[in-house]
Design a protein around this ligand. Structure first.
Ligand code: FES
Length: 370
């Protein structure tokens, strides 16, 4: 009997449908989060499920699942507490925070408390060095922690509470977070709009304001929208873009496309595109400003410059020869990854669900290597 329900299979279909039919394997990362949301980790059954629905083999799925640390290989607690012990946080006390929690909880790295509530891990840089030392609970940030505040957070979690992260969304369980990481919205009212950005994040903005630099139309107070609101705004923007553009009076004749107007009200200075030529080429161009090809910077050397553009026929022949000589390299895809395989594999997996060895039966029928 498969541990994965019809609802999980429906969500798997939804995830796979986000990708082009011949790129279904791109759905593997969110699918791994999906199976993790069911079992709290990526179990052998989860690996087999992903392999079946994508027409991959278990080794291919396992190679991905074991590469990324966000996919857990053992049952995990409700709350994954990650303490950054990388350089910046470490010099600010991150290791002390980790050691205090490890001793208090009686667990080490990647271990879970006996009540199943907390899994502790030390993490490399969590990309919040300006808030160090930081720790995350299910990937939500607690900034500037010290041993006492960190102890307060884990004790509240073990007592059934959900402390507020310093920034970002409200806490949820690791399984609930895995659903979001699989690409499904957090449906809790206001769940993603609680926390504003921290002051270190806004430091660049403050400096820009101070020096009169601005990006037209940027509003730092723009609220984070729910998915429904974002979808509605996207539909309205699409409808607006589809409206015919009226002919401007003055700068275009009847039937001519409107010429773009320069944005008004912009305070941003015009920025010259960077000159990315090498110093050698710039030096050569200075010596021979009429040459269409830069000459080498070698004293006493005169290199003839061929300014004749290649004949179109030659270019086409060269391209055709290049294509013929460079067949695309195979990527080792199994036969089951062609268009339509995902639907067939899902159907076959469903038909076989409930019987022991269903995965093996599907594999032998579809030729998927196990
Ligand atoms: S070193 Fe801790 S967040 Fe970067």
């Amino acid at each position: 009997m498969s541990v994965f329900t019809d609802a999980t299979r429906e969500r798997a279909r939804e995830i796979i449908a986000r990708y082009p039919a011949d790129r279904s394997r791109s759905a593997l990362l969110p699918l791994l989060h999906l199976v993790q949301s069911e079992e709290g980790y990526v179990s052998p059954a989860g690996v087999e499920f992903c392999a079946e629905v994508l027409g991959l083999n278990k080794a291919q799925v396992g190679a991905v699942a074991t590469f990324y640390t966000m996919y857990k290989r053992r049952p995990t607690g409700d709350y994954l507490v990650s303490v950054c012990t990388n350089t910046m946080c470490n010099v600010l006390g991150g290791q002390e925070v980790y050691d205090t929690l490890a001793e208090h909880l009686g667990v080490g790295h990647d271990e879970t408390t006996a009540d199943g509530k907390i899994t502790l891990e030390h993490a490399e840089c969590l990309a919040a060095c300006d808030y160090g030392p930081v720790m995350t609970v299910n990937y939500d940030f607690f900034d500037g922690v010290d041993p006492q505040t960190a102890l307060g957070v884990v004790d509240e979690l073990r007592a059934g509470g959900r402390p507020m992260p310093t920034r970002g969304a409200r806490l949820c369980t690791l399984r609930e977070m895995a659903v979001q990481l699989a690409g499904f919205a957090d449906e809790r009212e206001g769940a993603v709009a609680d926390g504003g950005p921290g002051e270190p994040t806004l430091r660049g903005l403050r400096l820009a304001e101070q020096h009169g630099i601005s990006v037209p139309g940027f509003d730092p107070n723009t609220p984070i929208r729910s998915k429904a609101e974002a979808d509605r705004a996207a539909a309205e923007a699409k409808a607006e873009a589809a409206k015919p553009v009226p002919a401007p009076a003055g700068n275009a004749g009847v039937g001519e496309p409107a010429r773009p107007e320069r944005a008004t009200g912009s305070t941003a200075p015009d920025v010259k595109a960077p000159d990315d030529k090498s110093p050698e080429i710039r030096a050569a161009e200075t010596r021979q400003p009429d040459a269409s090809t830069a000459v080498p910077d070698a004293p006493g050397t005169t290199v003839p410059v061929d300014t004749t553009p290649p004949a179109p026929r030659d270019a086409r022949e060269a391209e055709a020869a290049g294509v013929a000589a460079n067949a695309p390299a195979g990527d080792g895809k199994p036969a089951g990854d062609e268009a339509g395989a995902q639907q067939r594999n899902l159907s076959e997996a469903e038909a076989g669900a409930g019987a022991n060895g269903a995965g093996s039966a599907v594999a032998s029928e579809t030729g998927v290597q196990k």
